[in-house]
Design a protein around this ligand. Sequence first.
Ligand code: NAP
Ligand code: MG
Length: 405
Amino acid sequence: MAKKIQMKTPLVEIDGDEMTRVMWAMVKEKLLTPHIDLKTVYYDLSLKKRNDTDDKITIEAAEAIKKYGVGVKCATITPNAARVEEYKLKKQWKSPNGTIRAILDGTVFREPIMLKNIEPAVRFWKKPIIIGRHAYGDVYKNVELKIDKPGKAQLVYSAENGEEKCALIQEFSGPGIIQGIHNTDKSIESFAKSCFTYALDQKVDLWFAAKDTISKTYDSNFKNIFEKVYKEGSYKEKFEKAGIIYFYTLIDDAVARVVRSEGGFLWACKNYDGDVLSDFLGSAYGSLALLTSVLVSPYGFFEYEAAHGTVQKHYYKYLKGEKTSTNSMAIIFAWTGALKKRGELDNIPELVKFADNLEDATIKTVEKDLVMTGDLTRISNPPAKKVATTQEFIEAIAKNLEKKM
Ligand code: NAP
Ligand code: MG
């Protein structure tokens, strides 16, 4: 066997919960460690460990990504009331992804893995559409009032120095509703920087859309900040050099163009648009299990993961000793994304090549060999030749990978 690939800087490895934790270990054992002298700094973010450390482990993991630059994360349970009971938790800990995102000030980009045998619902799409969602403010941090009698609703802003600004929302003649939303220039700017950074990183065009014709102050502010970051952040020159473009249009026009496009660009979305459109795109491309996700901070840190959760239902079957057929593709691509990035930053071409080979071997297993997990057999054309168990699928990939090494 050839010598194992050596790494320089370690990856920040963040382990998680349930079925994804099971697959995490299998992927490392069967696909990574046979070929790479894997160097990681390991953080166990299983719910038990988070509870034992009063969630300090999550903060340490995020700080480690700041230190080393690149992380790879397994899915983790965000506890609800049932989980508090199940794991006898001290409290209902916050979402680890939320905590990490807040520390890295990052934006999440989701990208589908495309396969010839899994046709997107939109037949024009030949390449993936990456979606980036602004994850702060707007309707997700709103204040709402129900109005039950006639009266005047106003927007009032009182500056610290006593100045006031006031605008009439509506004179109500009967019952109605009002809503107050906000955003900050700082957050929009971070979002814009993450989007420009990631478009450059992936060498794809960047689209951004809002409704500035109707929302002349609020949405125009988004448009203006993107324009400012593009020009002042010297992205304009970098984009020209990379042969990619920044394109702004109205959100309804963007949706119409996206459906007619062949894909292959990054679509930056305001919070609500991103919420709706990422589910739309995820489902239109085929399966949740094919969606990868990367958190990109405006300071250039990267954290890769699968977009799906811990696949709890499959895990309970696994615990009972029953056979499972859980798809590990998004987890594998989280690792290849992180290894590729590490290889580029540390100038280790063999590591980048290995990540490409592993992606090819994974795709070949499904596309050519037609060996796949249950979620894909339901939508594959031509139909699957073999419905693989969780483990058989990873072993089939390992065989294809072996041939490439
Ligand atoms: P989920 O884990 O994404 O799974 C929902 C369903 O989608 C599964 O039951 C399964 O459908 C299908 N599915 C998802 N991933 C799959 C895969 N790799 N292979 C095959 N099928 C797959 O969502 P959930 O069950 O609602 O959430 C479970 C836990 O995950 C929760 O505690 C939640 O807090 C956590 N979560 C974590 C993250 C994260 O860390 N990034 C994200 C989301 C959720 P079938 O049962 O029909 O086969
Ligand atoms: Mg949604």
